[in-house]
Design a protein around this ligand. Structure first.
Ligand SMILES: *[C@@H]1O[C@H](CO)[C@@H](O)[C@H](O)[C@H]1NC(C)=O
Ligand SMILES: *[C@@H]1O[C@H](CO)[C@@H](O)[C@H](O)[C@H]1NC(C)=O
Ligand SMILES: *[C@@H]1O[C@H](CO)[C@@H](O)[C@H](O)[C@H]1NC(C)=O
Ligand SMILES: *[C@@H]1O[C@H](CO)[C@@H](O)[C@H](O)[C@H]1NC(C)=O
Length: 355
């Protein structure tokens, strides 16, 4: 088992090292989508990309900051206990401003009404952090500040691993484990980055519709679990073979096209699916690109992510960005800095009736 880990570790290290060239990093990963050469589509991975031996490295990272009671904390007169929507945001220790902007705008925890549908639901936000210290580069020590922030807001989850780009997949795995233990009854999970803007009320409406459909469906089948996974779906993407690129994956590491996956910014999935993903992830070999890894886990479950055109990984056309009406059909845009979040939030509170 140790040898297996060692090999994976060495592989990761090797291609991290190979790709060290000054990063000519694209703003965001652009998957090639449909391959130009359709006859060359599905060459298969060299080995199966999942193996049946349990991969337990992810289990070894303990929580440094936890919120064990956060999913039972809010209880208004209606007696709602667990969140309708748990918003889990991948952040880094230093991104105080992003977290605060999210708390003050689209990630505000509490009862929220829908955009059209007044039903809405209970929203709870948490931030997913790793450790940032001198081993990840020169960093000022922000631990005391983080402690204060957590005392005030109580919404930080921090695990004891190095918060690096190739470790991002760990946050998904550890989130699933955390959900299983501390928040198994959350109806839906939104997992996203701290530089996106989510129209939380519109998302609640969308999810409410899916729940009603599912109830109808249930009367015809005995399916009780809702396997919903929605985002900006990319199909038939080839791994990036350019060694100087951020998302470089050598053919020796993964061959063939990726399974369909939801890229960039954020995805939403049902709580019951999160628990299934947690289980299956123990049988899917870790892959350093988090979005793709989620696609692999879904694939292993025999499921596909659902595409929703409201997830705008690549933003609105430039001319529309400052027009509040253009956000009417949007669920998520990437990317927005904290100031832009506050401005957009304010604009969307008073959308003109003619939109
Ligand atoms: C398309 O794929 C086939 C089979 O892999 C290969 O022989 C051919 O050269 C490819 N064509 C192009 C234009 O890449
Ligand atoms: C929430 O409040 C309701 C009504 O006050 C109560 O019956 C219920 O037990 C509470 N639930 C939790 C988890 O505290
Ligand atoms: C991921 O985190 C672990 C634990 O802190 C660390 O040992 C490892 O080097 C990190 N991996 C990468 C690729 O940064
Ligand atoms: C649903 O479950 C019931 C009771 O277990 C069973 O009698 C019935 O045949 C099932 N229906 C379907 C469509 O699977």
């Amino acid at each position: 088992m140790m040898t297996g880990h060692l090999v994976i570790y060495i592989m990761v290290t090797i291609f991290v090292t190979i790709s060290y060239a000054p990063p000519k990093i694209p703003v965001h990963y652009i998957a090639s989508g449909i391959s130009a050469n359709s006859s060359a589509l599905a060459s298969h991975p060299l080995g199966p990309f999942w193996n049946l031996r349990l991969e337990d490295s992810a289990l070894e990272y303990p929580l440094l900051i936890n919120q064990p009671g956060i999913c039972q904390r809010k209880n208004d007169s209606s007696g709602v206990g667990s969140p309708t929507l748990l918003i889990a945001i991948k952040s880094q220790v230093g991104n105080f401003e992003n977290r605060q902007a999210i708390r003050e705008t689209w990630g505000r925890s509490g009862l929220l009404r829908g955009d059209f549908n007044k039903k809405g639901g209970l929203v709870q936000t948490v931030f997913l952090l790793g450790r940032q210290d001198s081993s990840t580069g020169p960093h000022p020590d922000l631990n005391n500040l983080l402690g204060l922030e957590n005392e005030k807001y109580g919404d930080i989850l921090q695990w004891d691993f190095r918060d690096t780009f190739f470790n991002l997949t760990l946050k998904d795995l550890l989130l699933w484990r955390w959900l299983q233990q501390y928040c198994p009854t959350a109806a839906f999970i939104f997992k996203g980055d701290d530089d996106v803007f989510l129209r939380t009320d519109a998302l609640l409406d969308y999810l409410q519709k899916r729940v009603e459909e599912h109830k109808l469906w249930r009367t015809y089948t005995n399916e009780t679990d809702m396997n919903l996974f929605v985002g900006d779906v990319i199909s038939n993407a080839m791994p990036n073979r350019e060694p100087s690129m951020k998302y470089y994956i050598p053919e020796s590491f993964y061959k063939g096209v990726y399974p369909p996956y939801a890229g960039g910014g954020g995805v939403v999935y049902s709580g019951s699916l999160a628990l299934r993903l947690q289980e299956v992830s123990e049988r899917v070999r870790l892959f350093p690109i988090d979005d793709v890894y989620l696609g692999m886990c879904l694939n292993r479950l025999g499921l596909s992510p659902i595409h929703h055109p409201g997830f705008l990984t690549f933003d609105l056309p430039g001319t529309d960005r400052n027009n509040p009406c253009a956000y009417k059909s949007v669920l998520l845009v990437h990317k927005r800095n904290p100031k832009e979040m506050l401005t957009l939030w304010k604009q969307l509170q008073n959308l003109p009736a003619q939109c």
